[in-house]
Design a protein around this ligand. Structure first.
Ligand code: PLP
Length: 285
């Protein structure tokens, strides 16, 4: 079955989905994206992702070309048309296409809205059992990482360096502390069972999964501390993991080749993953 993609008002075959070479997303990375997970054909924590989409576009003075209600309808129609059981729905909105190329916001551009689905069996991912290896890299990104911008070159380079080192994620380091993963939020569990993740600020993307996992952990009386941590603290931790819409909760077992604890996913990480899957199934829409 050919994949169906949404482009500016139409559902079309992937091969026929086209955007102008003058699109500002292509020329300037002048755009925003969002990713929501799909389990059993239903959207996971979608309100949280749409709230962040609305915030991101607001921060760059870009108007959404459709209402959030219509965007949800399109998400659901894409899931249905692509027969998607498990995977993600991707949304991208850019400031549109105008000739000639000019940095200043165009007065008459119509934002471009592109949405598509991808298949991924998030719950049964093999890496959830083994855990993943992380490579550290300097965080060379811009100063507004709280905006989910399509300008992802720093993350492309970070994740490529990680892949070349045989790792599945990069942890970006700034001033001796971990900011976050290339496409995930970073957590550790200290030796005295405190869950630590960096506080939200313009230094990181406010992860939707991070937020849900923190709440679920606190509801189960786990102590959560929002603060920056170093790589040596992570290596001395009991457990470490990352969170994202397309991974849920994923154990980290090595950093730059050094093992965390016994080099296996820890019990609290495994439990938080189960709890998140239960939450996802119970609140899917
Ligand atoms: N941090 C970065 C830089 C990301 O790109 C992502 C997801 O793509 C996340 C964190 C995790 O965010 P979420 O849990 O909302 O997917």
């Amino acid at each position: 079955m050919e994949q169906i993609v949404y482009v500016d008002g139409s559902f079309v075959a992937a091969a026929d989905a086209k955007v102008s070479v003058f699109d500002r997303g292509f020329l300037f990375a002048d755009g925003i994206y969002e990713v929501s997970a799909v389990l059993d054909g239903k959207l996971i924590d979608n309100d949280s992702h749409l709230a962040r989409l609305e915030r991101s576009v607001g921060e760059i003075a870009l108007a959404l070309p459709e209402t959030l209600e219509r965007i949800v309808e399109i998400q659901k129609e894409l899931v249905a048309r692509n027969n998607l059981a498990d995977g993600v729905v991707y949304i991208q909105v850019t400031r549109g296409a105008v000739i000639p190329r000019d940095f200043v916001f165009p007065k008459d551009a119509k934002p471009t809205l592109v949405m598509f689905t991808s298949v991924k069996d998030i719950v049964n991912a093999a890496s959830a059992k083994t855990g993943i290896a992380v490579k550290t890299v300097p965080d060379i990104r811009w100063a507004r990482r709280d905006i989910k911008s399509v300008a992802l070159l720093a993350q492309v380079l970070a994740k490529q360096a990680a892949a070349e080192a045989g790792c599945q994620e990069a942890w970006m380091i700034e001033d001796g502390k971990v900011t976050e993963g290339g496409s995930s939020s970073a957590f550790i569990l200290t030796q005295d069972d405190v869950l630590v993740t960096r506080q939200n600020s313009s230094a990181i993307l406010p992860g939707c999964t991070r937020k849900a996992v923190m709440k679920l952990a606190e509801e189960r009386q786990l102590r959560v501390e929002e603060r920056a941590f170093s790589v040596s603290e992570a290596l001395a931790a009991k457990e470490a993991f990352i969170t994202s819409a397309s991974l849920f909760v994923q154990a980290v077992v090595t950093i730059d080749g050094e093992r965390i604890a016994n080099g296996k996913p820890g019990p609290i990480t495994n439990r938080l993953r189960e709890i998140y899957v239960e939450f996802a199934r119970a609140t899917a829409t």
